[in-house]
Design a protein around this ligand. Structure first.
Ligand code: 5GP
Length: 146
């Protein structure tokens, strides 16, 4: 698919669908019946988390109201945990719609990034080692359940 061609139909083989199906590993931060939160493997800052709905939505246009509400409430939990674990108030909530906006995975997701808009690192470029992500996921999960 070319960089500027909009994807409008849901691909069951996208990377986040594979996570939801249990086909590939990820570092879980939180899960409930409608959402899943996990560490971004190529973070734009330390502690970058993604929140996805358990609904086949390409982007915001497809998102059903109950899943939209659930993603927002999970995002709130994760953001509060990030504030605690990383001892900073500033958390960016970001979400890209369409390849023209820079979206690269076509399953709706919210980015929660402990950073400032003025310091934001490059998008989806540098992979972080698994052990580091596992440690952060553990700390964030503990902060959510505390
Ligand atoms: P988008 O560009 O669609 O808004 O964001 C996709 C995000 O997914 C990027 O931040 C990228 O780093 C992340 N990502 C891509 N592949 C994987 C993966 O296999 N595992 C995880 N945990 N994150 C991924």
């Amino acid at each position: 698919m070319s960089q500027n061609k909009q994807q409008t139909t849901y691909d069951d083989n996208n990377i986040f669908a594979k996570m939801l199906n249990g086909d590939i590993p990820y570092h879980k931060v939180y899960e409930d019946d409608k959402t899943l939160a996990f560490m971004d493997i190529m973070p734009q800052a330390e502690g970058h988390v993604l929140v996805i709905p358990k609904q086949k939505a390409v982007d915001l246009a497809d998102l059903e109201p109950d899943y939209a509400a659930a993603v927002l409430m999970t995002s709130k939990k994760v953001m509060q945990a990030q504030r605690q674990v990383f001892e900073r108030e500033g958390i960016i909530q970001m979400q890209l719609n369409g390849s023209q906006a820079g979206q690269t995975v076509f399953h709706y997701h919210v980015h929660l990034i402990p950073s400032s808009i003025h310091d934001l690192g490059r998008h989806a470029v540098t992979q972080v080692e698994s052990a580091k992500l596992a440690d952060m996921a553990k700390q964030l999960a503990a902060a959510i359940t505390a």
